[in-house]
Design a protein around this ligand. Structure first.
Ligand SMILES: [Zn+2]
Length: 361
């Protein structure tokens, strides 16, 4: 049975609680309790509260506190469904620890189905950890960060590609940190891209604040993509097993894994001509140097004038254009090079397994 409540900051001051009680500015969640909170982070032009949905599931047994967050970009929907299912469809009666579920952080962007906060187009995911007394975006980020991120031990932040593009499910993680290596590996995606991420992102700022956090990139904006959602749920279950929250589950191994770091070639290939794009490859496909990735044409182009875009090196297509129109300079695909041994392992895996199940989530 989930209790439901509304809280705006400074309702009450909760402090001095035992370790296994989860407290936020406005209330507390005791062990064995599950609470849905509409939590005030700002006010509209009408002075009405802007409240984000938060579900706190505090297990019967002590253990780590983990946040799962989505829709920092308001039109990125896949993660919302992942977080919702974990919060409401999973059985947490044997949970060791606490789950903080934040399915929609950017509520104004979500309502408008836009990536950014509609208020001056601010990027909530460049506004963390936020600050009281600063811009509207930073104030919202601050309320989220201090109440629901800082108290955690680990975090998973779900994203999709930007509108008009798609990407294969992959993890972004700063592999300098031992806890993040463990977290990123436990999520069991095939591809991990190493890096600390831009400043102001939830992932980087949470990590800097002592809460090891990874980003999961999956698919495209404005969609629920069931196969990707299922794949991400497998990752969440695996993380909860690895860190002892769900002791009856087991850690998942994805079969193959590549870690892409700064020593690997990677690039967003960009269009040099404006026009319409005929994409020849999808996300998750391996292309060889010289392969035609796409062609660009326009209403008057003759056959011989069609522009072919070739792969500059052999690699994996991690992200790709979906909306098939470009200006010169627009991105076409995110191609990452693979070390020879990784490429061999990947090719062997794909030759043996059902090619659709093994990598095209
Ligand atoms: Zn995003």
């Amino acid at each position: 049975m989930t209790d439901e409540r509304t809280a705006d900051p400074a309702d009450t001051d909760a402090s001095g609680e035992a370790d296994d009680v989860f407290t936020y500015n406005g209330g507390r969640v005791d062990p064995g309790e599950s609470v849905n909170i509409r939590y005030g982070i700002s006010e509209t032009y009408l002075g009405d509260p802007v409240r984000i949905p938060v579900t706190v599931v505090n297990g019967q047994h002590p253990g780590p506190t983990v946040f799962l967050s989505a829709a920092a970009h308001g039109d990125e929907l896949n993660g919302i469904e992942v977080v919702r299912e974990v919060a409401h469809d999973w059985d947490h009666t044997k949970l060791h620890g606490t789950l903080i579920c934040l399915p929609v952080m950017n509520v104004p962007g979500f309502l408008a189905q836009e990536r950014y906060l509609p208020i001056y187009d601010r990027d909530l995911n460049r506004s963390f950890p936020g600050r009281e007394g600063s811009t509207s975006a930073r104030r919202m980020a601050h309320r989220i960060f201090t109440n629901f991120i800082e108290p955690c031990d680990l975090g998973l932040d779900f994203h999709t590609s930007t509108r008009g593009r798609t990407n294969m499910l992959h993890v972004r993680a700063d592999m300098e940190y031992g806890d993040i290596v463990r977290l990123a590996n436990a999520f069991s995606s095939n591809v991990i891209i190493d890096g600390q991420g831009p400043s102001g992102t939830l992932r980087r700022e949470a990590t800097d604040a002592g809460v090891p956090t990874i980003t999961i990139e999956m698919g495209e904006a404005h969609r629920f993509q069931r196969s990707l959602i299922d794949r991400a749920l497998t990752g969440v279950a695996s993380v909860l097993a690895e860190f002892g929250l769900h002791r009856e589950s087991s850690v998942h191994w994805p079969g193959w894994r590549i870690l892409i770091d700064d020593t690997d070639e990677k690039t967003w290939l960009r269009a040099d001509a404006g026009g319409m794009v005929d994409m020849k490859h999808g996300r998750g496909e391996l292309v060889r140097e010289g392969d035609v990735i796409c062609t660009i044409t326009d209403p008057f182009k003759e056959e011989e004038d069609i522009v072919s875009v070739e792969a500059p090196f052999t690699g994996l297509i991690v992200g790709v254009l979906e909306n098939p129109v470009v200006y010169p300079g627009n991105p076409l695909c995110h191609l990452v090079g693979l070390k020879p041994e990784t490429r061999t392992a990947l090719e062997r895996e794909r030759n043996n397994a059902d090619p659709l199940l093994s990598y095209l989530e």
